[in-house]
Design a protein around this ligand. Structure first.
Ligand code: 4NP
Length: 155
């Protein structure tokens, strides 16, 4: 089974939501296995915090319970995970700067590479932190779409 790490800037909006959605979708398709995934941020401002209340609320309305505690990307993540998924292009740049080797560079992907259908044209998951309710809904729409493909790939 592939080990997947979701990475955004603060680890309180997009990547913990992606981790939570992935976990729920994985459990629905693989009732006897547990997923190997985590999330983190490139920044350190929110270490230890639960996801942003707005993202938890938006997720709860769709049946998710986002309980991850924020942590920062660390060097051992490059050895510990098979796929490191950046939510936007800035995140990807920040991850690549920290990647210890070219081998590790190859693990880094953009979340939207896995999106299909009406979300196939998105090139990143827009940061909802400074936005409103609609922005959180859009982030979750994109996340649900990409996670459906990722669950098939991971299993
Ligand atoms: P995230 O959103 O990267 O999706 O967790 C953000 C959270 C916090 C900040 C920026 C983006 N911040 O500037 O504190």
């Amino acid at each position: 089974m592939k080990k997947i790490l979701f990475v955004c800037l603060g680890n309180i909006c997009r990547s913990p939501a992606a981790e939570g959605v992935f976990r729920k979708m994985f459990a629905a398709q693989n009732p006897t296995a547990s997923p190997s995934c985590d999330s983190c941020g490139t920044g350190d401002w929110h270490i230890g915090n639960l996801p942003d209340a707005r993202m938890r609320r938006a997720g709860a309305q769709r049946g998710y319970n986002f309980t991850h505690r924020a942590r920062q990307l660390r060097e051992s993540d490059f050895a510990d995970f098979d796929i490191i998924i950046a939510m936007d292009r800035d995140n990807r740049t920040d991850i690549l700067v920290r990647a210890p080797s070219e081998f590790d560079d190859k693990k880094v992907r953009l979340f939207t590479e896995f999106c299909t259908g009406k979300f196939a044209n998105f090139s990143e998951v827009p940061d909802p932190y400074y936005g409103g309710e609609k922005d959180f809904e859009l982030a979750l729409d994109i996340i649900e779409n990409g996670c459906a493909a990722l669950v098939r790939l991971a299993g």
